[in-house]
Design a protein around this ligand. Structure first.
Ligand code: HSE
Length: 428
């Protein structure tokens, strides 16, 4: 058997412990498939004494992840610390500078610094692999980078934050408002330390921009992504959508157009018959469309010990097998910078307006829409006990910019008592 491949693992949370379990429990499978033994040389975390349910006694301990990254007895630095900069980035840079391969689950670090880290890794001839950073156990990075390498990718869509999908699904199933289910998710430990990473759409957008880079040969552009979280979705929206045959999902969509790259992460309505609508709880789904392959749908656990560690060990196995392909599928120095656009694609939209309940108010709304050239497909107003009348409008296809102009015009008339909810209806 060839020389062992030696790991240094920084970060012993859920994923780190899961990785150690795989190495300890499945070693003979790993050896048979890679032709090398997988050896954990050293580990690092904040607390040495914490019980993680795994035996760490045979591994060297480093309290400083940068020191771990620099050790001579590691070939692969496994970064499971998290955070877009700080120790995770410092240790990653130290590992690359020392000629070590890096495997990371850190979507935030790569979404913000992926280009510079990829350039560094490729100059040194080492791998920087990140399957676990996007959609947990779903092998989407490998699929895009390798299996679909011959395709012109035309669209990527995905539900890539399990916590948001859990919250929206539970609101639908229980009829309870957002804040109650947010608290429930918090009690269950689903939310990130900064919950806005989840419910603000940031975590999911980090994942989407990494996929865009591979798909379109562009430099990772998180700042160019348009984000909107799920915090303003009400149970009334969920019911109104359901009555019309839709479900609401926090949906990422990435499309390259002639005028730039559109990357949006927003709550959207998807038709009940769409595969995206079948997704309940914390599951993730990524849909990729390519000119040759057509549409493929990947579905699976987007987080958790086993699934995420499965993605990490998959990357380690590739390195053990001697595979080394560019970080984003083509040399990082060749990745292009493109303009970001909010969207040029036309869709129908769902609007929920809380209108002053007075004569002529609806006429003002329809005049504002007509003034922007937007045609109404469906409209309804429910009985109400409050002063404001909730009105749901579904438009014929239009683009977001035109719709925004119409919304501004509506707001100028004073017809609406608060900011309207605007949700794209996505065709899948
Ligand atoms: N917090 C994420 C989710 C998992 O809920 O899907 C890590 O990205």
């Amino acid at each position: 058997m060839a020389d062992p491949i030696k790991l240094g693992i920084a970060g012993l949370g859920t994923v780190g412990a899961g990785l150690i379990k795989i190495v300890q429990n499945n070693l003979s499978i790993l050896e048979a498939r890679s032709g090398r033994t997988i050896q954990i040389s050293a580990v690092s975390a904040l607390s040495k004494s914490k019980d993680r349910g795994v035996d760490l006694s045979s591994y060297a301990w480093e309290s400083d992840p940068v020191a771990l990254a620099k050790r001579d007895d590691i070939d692969v630095f496994v970064e499971l610390i998290g955070g877009d900069s700080g120790p995770a980035k410092a240790a990653t840079e130290a590992a690359i500078a020392g000629g070590k391969h890096v495997v990371t689950a850190n979507k935030a670090m790569l979404a913000l610094h992926g280009q510079e880290l990829a350039v560094l890794a490729e100059k040194k001839g080492v791998n920087l692999r990140f399957e676990a950073a996007v959609a947990g156990g779903i092998p989407v990075i490998k699929t895009l980078t390798e299996s679909l390498a011959g395709n012109n990718i035309t669209r990527i869509m995905g539900v890539m934050n399990g916590t948001c999908n859990y919250i929206l699904t539970r609101m639908e199933n229980t009829g309870l408002p957002y804040q109650d289910i947010f608290e429930e998710a918090n009690q269950l430990g689903f939310l990130e330390a900064d919950p806005n990473l989840d419910v603000g759409g940031i975590d999911a957008a980090h994942k989407l921009v990494l996929l865009s880079s591979i798909a379109y040969g562009t430099q990772v552009d998180f700042k160019g992504a348009v984000l909107e979280g799920i915090g303003r979705i009400t149970i009334e929206d969920i019911h109104a959508a359901a009555d019309m045959g839709y479900r609401i999902k926090l949906l990422g969509v990435s499309i390259m157009t002639d005028i730039g790259l559109s990357q949006t992460m927003r709550p959207c309505l998807v038709p009940n018959e769409s595969p995206l609508a079948q997704l309940d709880g914390g599951t993730n789904m990524v849909i990729i469309e390519g000119d040759s392959v057509g549409q493929i749908i990947l579905r699976g656990a987007g987080a958790g010990e086993g699934p995420t560690a499965s993605a990490v060990i998959g990357d380690i196995m590739d390195i053990a097998r001697g595979i080394n392909i560019p970080v984003f599928g083509q040399p990082a120095k060749n990745l292009i910078k493109v303009a970001s656009i909010s969207t040029s694609v036309e869709n129908p939209f769902y609007l929920r307006l809380n209108l002053r309940d007075e004569a002529g108010i609806l006429a003002k709304v329809s005049a504002a829409l007509a003034g922007a050239g937007i045609s109404i497909d469906r409209m309804r107003q429910e009985g109400h006990e409050t002063d404001a009348a909730p009105v749901i409008i579904v438009t014929h296809p239009t683009d977001r910019e035109t719709l925004n102009k119409a919304i501004s015009a509506i707001e100028k008339t004073g017809a609406a008592v608060d900011t309207p909810i605007v949700l794209r209806i996505e065709t899948v």
